[in-house]
Design a binder for this molecule. Structure first.
Ligand code: UDP
Length: 237
């Protein structure tokens, strides 16, 4: 069976493979923000995000947090398990920033007393709004058990990644995860973990090393992503 393009998102393309249980993900050089209103192409971003995502998925796998990741295919591609994506963005926060700062009036950079988890609705037409658990029930986007499981898994990822990043002198401010249901109905970590989906600040200077450089026109976007890769792996890309 020839491969076919299953889905094209803002930063990735998803292809079928000969194995119905596996998909090929291609990371693109496109950068978008504000629901696609801001757009640019950044040479090398796809390669960096593919490599950084692979690093995080492999590290989480070694720490008893499995994901959809199967293996690297090329500089910009990886093989993943096919799952049915839950239409929720699971955001974990350690420090106030972005939409949380706007919503509750806490300055960006203010440490939260404990990590929190929020759910956002993956719906471009609605602009990915924050959802209360009541809304998730109402829309039947996840069961009660799944909601608890998503929170637990989000916090577990945070527990593994926060100390790792601290060792690399990176402050993990917040990040977004997506999960999918596998054939047995189990929730599996999916999508990507990269500077596009996390906020990383240099622990000493507070410099932003993530997509906020693009969102806020700070420049040096791919340079910052490259620095993240270098600190994580010790290698240059
Ligand atoms: N995030 C993401 N995709 C989205 C929205 C947010 O990956 O569609 C990430 C974002 O990079 C940050 C975290 O989720 O690490 C929290 O984002 P926030 O709610 O503060 O939204 P923003 O300020 O980016 O609109």
């Amino acid at each position: 069976m020839p491969e076919k393009l299953l889905y094209e998102g803002k930063a990735k393309k998803l292809f079928t493979t000969e194995d119905p249980g596996l998909l090929r993900v291609e990371y693109k050089d496109d950068a978008t923000a504000f629901n696609g209103k801001k757009f640019d192409r950044m040479e090398g971003k796809g390669q960096l995000n593919n490599a950084i995502s692979i690093f995080f998925f492999e590290y989480l796998g070694k720490n008893q947090i499995p994901s959809h990741f199967v293996r690297r295919i090329s500089e910009t591609e990886q093989l993943v398990r096919s799952v049915q994506i839950v239409p929720l963005e699971v955001v974990v926060r350690n420090v106030a920033a972005g939409s949380l700062s706007k919503r509750i009036g806490w300055d960006e950079g203010r440490e939260l007393p404990y990590p929190i988890v929020e759910f956002y609705y993956k719906d471009d037409d609605l602009g990915d709004p924050l959802l209360a658990e009541e809304h998730i029930r109402l829309l039947e986007l996840a069961t009660e058990e799944e909601m608890q499981e998503l929170k637990k898994k989000g916090l577990a990822v945070n527990k593994v990644l926060r100390p790792l990043l601290e060792q690399k002198n990176i402050r993990l401010i917040d990040f977004k995860l997506e999960f999918g249901l596998d054939q047995n109905g189990g929730l599996l970590l999916a999508d990507e973990i990269s500077p596009d989906t996390c906020r990383f600040w240099d622990a000493d200077t507070g410099n932003k090393m993530d997509k906020d450089r693009f969102r806020r026109d700070l420049g040096g976007v791919t340079e910052a992503y490259r620095e993240i890769y270098q600190r994580l792996t010790g290698d240059n890309l």
